[in-house]
Design a protein around this ligand. Structure first.
Ligand code: PHE
Length: 395
């Protein structure tokens, strides 16, 4: 499904002319003297492909991400675009399906000829689409996919978030060292790369810190009943359960746990972050914790300015997806500006050189594996809100 920008018809034509004029001004001005190398310079309209889950069971991931990407893009275009060229977003909905992600990203690259791609949120989708972008030599930046495999697809694939070996270890550290819990259950979405990766990282770190994983149970996204797993977990007598899944299932799991009289805290990851997490009831989630990328409670003026601008544009408070997507789009536009080219290899090299970019989710420096190294925040769930608890920094 293609969703064009809000700009239509004559508005688009006028903008294109303005963008063309300012580019022409640059060409005759001091910016570029002498012969222009082939492939150098930017087109008047810079086409960026975006693929997101706008529908399906992770739709709030897509909605929030687009709130951030559109805000970053409108701000940039209002300030003259990239070296006078206007950014145009071409959005495809992959419905949260890996196979559909592959199809729509292939279309963005081959039919729409986008010069770079932003997306996805869910790691399983990003892994599949990354293979396409790598093969076509089109840089892809995922704001929020944390599974290690994503950027392993090759040197055209980047992310502005931390990775799950760190996120899973951060949860283990928090449970063992801060909450001083010893006996863990784990409940994993086995068909989801993200969930499986976090379980592995958590299991290893928690054991190293002296904890014991007493019981591990599995489910598949969309399952209706978790009674069998939860009954076994109740019988096992654990201090807490680690549940690295997405918000829809996790909300149900915890609701059903409470119905079975299982009162232990659940600890999760960024995948819980959604306004729809609370659908099964807010109270069931009190006393639970998640690792995440950013907190709305952060008093940093840059963060608060972003929150205010986002609220004004979108009418709601930005979650971690919105913040990461805002940062991701800005990092990409910054790289395109430095590359001063629509050429994939040049944009790739500029992205790889990203250092200390001032993001609302923290300073972004991309390492040799094209991942950002950043702290995680621990958020406590309280009556329908995610409250800042503490920060865990990478060692
Ligand atoms: N990290 C998750 C994944 O890789 C996606 C996610 C990021 C979800 C941030 C919520 C918030 O699948």
């Amino acid at each position: 499904m293609v969703m064009p920008d809000a700009w239509q018809g004559w508005q688009r034509v006028v903008l294109r002319m303005l963008a063309g004029l300012s580019l022409a001004a640059l060409l005759v001005g001091c910016e570029r003297k002498g012969p222009v190398a082939a492939g150098d310079g930017l087109p008047a309209v810079i086409k960026i492909g975006v693929y997101m889950p706008m529908t399906g069971d992770t739709a709030t991931f897509g909605t929030s991400s687009m709130g951030g990407i559109r805000l970053a893009t409108e701000e940039r275009n209002a300030a003259g675009g990239i070296r006078g060229s206007r950014i145009e977003l071409i959005l495809e909905d992959d419905r949260g399906q890996p196979e559909e992600a592959k199809t729509v990203v292939t279309r963005l690259v081959t039919r729409d000829k986008v010069i770079a791609v932003l997306g996805e949120v869910g790691s399983a989708r990003s892994i599949v689409a990354a293979a396409v972008c790598q093969q076509k030599g089109v840089p892809m930046l995922t704001p929020s996919s944390t599974n290690e495999k994503v950027t392993r697809k090759g040197d055209y694939i980047f992310r502005v978030c931390f990775i799950d070996p760190f996120q899973g270890a951060a949860a283990a550290k928090f449970a063992a060292n801060v909450l001083r819990l010893k006996r863990a259950a784990i409940i994993t979405d086995v068909k989801n790369d993200y969930s499986v990766g976090l379980t592995k990282a958590f299991r290893e770190s928690f054991a190293r810190l002296g904890g014991v994983v007493v019981i591990e149970k599995n489910y598949q996204a969309g399952d209706a009943s978790f009674n069998a797993q939860l009954t076994s977990i109740r019988e096992a007598g654990v201090d807490f359960a680690y549940a690295p899944g997405y918000y829809g299932d996790v909300g149900q799991i915890i609701k059903q746990a409470r119905e079975l009289g299982l009162r232990i805290p659940f600890i999760g990851g960024d995948g819980w972050d959604s306004p729809d997490l609370w659908r099964g009831g807010k109270e069931a989630l009190n006393g639970c914790f998640i690792t995440n990328h950013y907190s709305v409670d952060n008093p940093d003026p840059r963060v608060q300015a972003f929150i205010a601008a986002y609220r004004q544009r979108n009418g709601d408070t930005p979650d971690a997806l919105a913040a990461l997507a805002y940062d991701g789009a800005r990092v990409l536009y910054d790289a395109i500006e430095r590359a001063n080219s629509a050429d994939g290899a040049r944009i790739r090299d500029a992205l790889a050189a990203t250092r200390d970019f001032p993001g609302v989710t923290g300073a972004i420096t991309l390492d040799a594996n094209r991942n950002a190294v950043k702290p995680a925040v621990i958020l406590e769930l309280q009556d329908g809100a995610y409250r800042y608890h503490s920060t865990i920094t990478p060692s």
